[in-house]
Write a protein that binds this ligand. Structure first.
Ligand code: ADP
Length: 622
């Protein structure tokens, strides 16, 4: 039952693990990826913002560096003098050299002086093939701005050099009137070169959204958004970016829902590199450039976001898988542990049950045994009591018989004594002292014999002591024969004794009871031989290793085969009611068993009954 529950739990655990692997692993991978992407995006944004500030200050300081040059020059007397006397060749030469010197020292791209009509009077590049002298730049906004009394700022491609530059113009005043304009053209190559080392792509766009400065030169003079025709016409009229394509960069806004800073550049068309046909994603951050209408934009590749997200997803998924497996392992161990505990518990319970069962069995068996023992004891006691009673009864019966015999035995000597006594009186009167003495001697002998008879009677009447002791077997035979003397004589039975002479055989038994057994056997033999022509009672003793065998044979009719099995049963008798109780043999066998011996009946091949009594040998008593 419990084991089934555990099996279900194990199955459930496996299913749960599988479900976790299928569901949790992708979810964790996705979450990790998303988290990493967000973190990386934030990091990129932070880096881009920092870079933006740097580029901004870089750009501003680069432009401001040249700001003072046209102002200082506009104050110089020779420049003002030249504007008043534009044909003074010596003066032109001096101003040219002066501008050339300042160009070199300030590392400007060009410095030149225009009159109020926009004609270039002197220039730092006076002695180069692309000299500006004689050219008219009145169409440039920076000229008109300065002529209006302000400072002009302008970015454009050089009309002669085609080199892009930043123009800063300043009015030259005579008293209050603007009489000319000093212009410094600042090259942006250095700046671009410095920026080219950065990780980011940097763009500076003008108010029309045209890229004017960039560390990606191929992006220069393209637009972030397509120009409308009006703007295009205006820009062309200004000759600002003569010959420049002014095409929109192939920017595709990032997918809907994505971060608005994200944009996609189709690098292939942008970089005109057929090998890089990939789509590049950038994170865009921008800010206006102070002191101008420019806008500075920093772009950072977002490739790392995907990379980080992918690696985080893989790591997360992997970690989740490992964790799930670890948890699975842990739970499995737990289940196994439970199962082991359960098995142990079950085994213990089974063992206890079995022990209880066995104990109950044992207790029951014990109780039964005790009962049986008690019953047996009671039966034994009853039996013993019955036996004792029977023995007593048999004894009494025998006694009665013996008493009759004894009366007869005693009567005869008594009568003899009487007549001897009467004779002695007569002899005494006659003075025959010798004869009288002889008569008295006879009387004494007769009383001796009577005393012997009564002594035997006393012995027989004694109750069995119950303790076994060494007994001289031949003496017991003689005592028994003496007890039966009257009957033996009446039956005219001859006794034949066959036993070793010279030493006495001792057996284990009890005198009285052994005599009782022998009296029984002898009397049966005498009874059996009554009326038979030959009446011989043969008693044979044979000494064996640890026992003594007594064979009692008579010359009676023997025992019928059908009677043999019942002979030793109590109250089995073939004699008349007055003659026998049928207890003799049964009691005798009981007594012999008590002595540790056996009593068997058989027929002698030569005729008559043969009783074999086997007794244990005993060491002679001192
Ligand atoms: P009881 O002598 O009172 O009959 P026993 O137990 O002594 O009782 O003898 C049982 C029977 O065994 C006798 O009735 C007799 O038939 C038979 N029996 C005993 N001894 C002899 C014997 N020596 N010869 C023939 N039969 C015998």
């Amino acid at each position: 039952m419990i084991s089934e529950q555990l099996q279900t739990a194990a199955l459930r655990l496996r299913l749960a693990t599988l479900a976790c692997l299928v569901i949790a692993t992708p979810v964790v991978a996705w979450l990790a990826g998303d988290w990493a992407a967000t973190a990386e995006r934030e990091a990129l944004r932070g880096a881009a913002a920092a870079a933006l500030v740097l580029y901004q200050s870089n750009l501003v300081s680069a432009l401001e560096k040249h700001q003072t040059v046209p102002f200082v020059l506009s104050e110089e007397t020779e420049i003002k003098a030249l504007l008043r006397q534009p044909d003074d060749a010596a003066l032109i030469d001096r101003v040219n050299r002066r501008l050339e010197h300042v160009t070199v020292t300030s590392r400007a791209s060009a410095i030149y002086l225009m009159d109020a009509g926009g004609n270039t009077l002197a220039a730092g590049n006076w002695n180069t093939p692309t000299s500006f002298i004689g050219q008219n730049f009145s169409y440039r906004p920076y000229f008109s701005d300065a002529m209006a009394g302000g400072v002009g700022h302008y970015y454009a491609l050089g009309s002669t050099s085609r080199v892009p530059g930043y123009y800063i113009s300043y009015p030259v005043r005579s008293v209050r009137e603007v009489i000319g304009v000093v212009v410094v053209k600042v090259g942006i190559e250095e700046l671009e070169a410095a920026w080219s080392h950065g990780e980011e792509r940097v763009l500076v766009t003008d108010s029309d959204g045209i890229v004017i400065i960039s560390n990606a030169p191929e992006w220069r003079f393209h637009t972030l958004k397509p120009l409308d025709s009006e703007a295009r016409a205006r820009i062309e009229a200004s000759q600002r970016y003569i010959g420049a394509p002014l095409d929109a960069l192939p920017i595709v806004p990032a997918r809907a829902g994505d971060h608005d800073e994200l944009a996609m550049f189709q690098a292939k068309s942008v970089e005109a590199n057929p090998r890089i046909a990939s789509v590049e994603r950038y994170l865009i951050q921008g800010a206006p450039v102070p002191g101008s209408d420019w806008y500075l934009t920093v772009l950072r590749r977002t490739g790392t976001i995907r990379l980080r997200a992918a690696s985080a997803a893989v790591t997360g998924g992997f970690a989740a898988t490992i964790l799930i497996f670890l948890l699975f392992h842990f739970w499995q161990r737990r289940l196994m542990w439970f199962e082991r505990l359960e098995t142990q518990r079950r085994m213990r319970v089974e063992l206890e049950d079995e022990v209880a069962l066995r104990t109950a069995d044992l207790t029951a068996a014990n109780r039964r045994l005790k009962q049986e023992i008690a019953e047996r004891r009671r039966a034994e006691e009853e039996l013993r009591a019955a036996q004792t009673e029977l023995v007593q009864a048999a004894k009494l019966a025998a006694l009665g018989e013996i008493a009759a015999g004894i009366a007869h035995e005693i009567n005869q000597p008594l009568a003899a004594i009487r007549s001897f006594a009467d004779n002695a009186v007569i002899l005494l009167e006659r003075g025959r002292d010798d004869a009288t003495r002889a008569n008295l001697g006879e009387i004494a002998q007769l009383t001796d014999r009577m005393a012997r008879i009564t002594r035997q009677l006393k012995t027989f009447a004694r109750k069995a002591s119950g303790t076994l002791e060494p007994v001289v077997v031949a003496d017991a035979v003689e005592e028994a024969l003496a007890l039966l003397a009257t009957r033996l004589r009446a039956g005219r039975v001859d006794i034949v004794r066959v036993w070793p002479s010279g030493h006495r055989l001792w057996v284990i038994g009890e005198v009285v009871r052994l005599q009782q057994v022998l009296v029984n056997l002898f009397r049966n033999a005498v009874d059996a031989m009554a009326g038979r022509p030959r009446r011989i009672l043969s008693i044979e003793l044979e000494e064996q290793a640890d026992r003594v065998v007594m064979r009692i044979r008579d010359t009676g009719p023997g025992i019928a085969e059908s009677e043999l099995p019942h002979l030793f049963e109590p109250f089995y008798t073939t004699k008349g009611l007055d003659e026998g109780l049928g207890l003799g043999l049964s009691i005798s066998r009981g007594i012999v068993r008590d002595f540790g011996g056996t009593l068997e009946a058989a027929n002698h091949p030569g005729g008559g009954a043969l009783f074999t009594l086997i007794l244990r040998r005993a060491e002679p008593r001192a």
